[in-house]
Design a protein around this ligand. Structure first.
Ligand SMILES: [Zn+2]
Length: 172
């Protein structure tokens, strides 16, 4: 037998597409997004602020310090104009709502633009107070008390160091 019948089956890997329609894979559900940050805050760059602000302003705005009463820029300031955030320039208070509280700090019975001033509970120093911060940049401004004059009954007790004053033209 010289001839070995030798059939080599060629195994051809069939690569035919699967004719059965594939079930449409459902779109993956969107990943549960974390609660979106509503506030677009200007981040406080401490290094930059340290260069730009006076030590007093820096201490008050960044470390929630409190300046001395009757020894600050605006406690007895009566010009007409607007008070801005010294850090981000957001307009905060109007001189029309400034009143003499007798505390030695600039005091306002209302804010100029809602949202530009934020109030939240502050439990530091063994007291429960309402801290007032700039709604734009988070810079510390002062505290809010409910013993102010009408029509709001509020007293925003603000550090002069947190404020920048811009006078209106109609000066006497
Ligand atoms: Zn600000």
């Amino acid at each position: 037998m010289r001839f070995a019948r030798f059939a080599l089956p060629l195994l051809v890997a069939a690569c035919t597409p699967d004719p059965s329609p594939k079930a449409q894979a459902p779109a993956p559900p969107p990943a549960a997004a974390p609660a979106p940050a509503k506030e677009e805050k200007v981040a406080l760059d401490k290094e930059e602020l340290k260069k730009r602000l006076t030590p007093q302003q820096y201490e008050v705005c960044v470390f929630k310090g409190t300046e001395k009463p009757f020894q600050n820029k605006f406690w007895n300031h009566h010009d007409a104009g607007k008070y801005h955030c010294v850090v981000c320039d957001a307009v905060l208070f109007d001189s029309k709502t400034k009143f003499d509280s007798g505390t030695g700090w600039p005091s306002f019975y209302d804010v100029l633009t809602k949202g530009n001033v934020k109030a939240e509970v502050d439990r530091s120093h063994g007291m429960v107070r309402t801290e007032v911060t700039c709604g734009k940049c988070g810079s510390h401004l002062g505290h809010l008390f409910e013993d102010g004059p009408p029509p709001t009954g509020r007293r925003y007790c603000i550090n002069s160091a947190s404020l920048e004053f811009r006078g209106t033209e109609e000066k006497k």
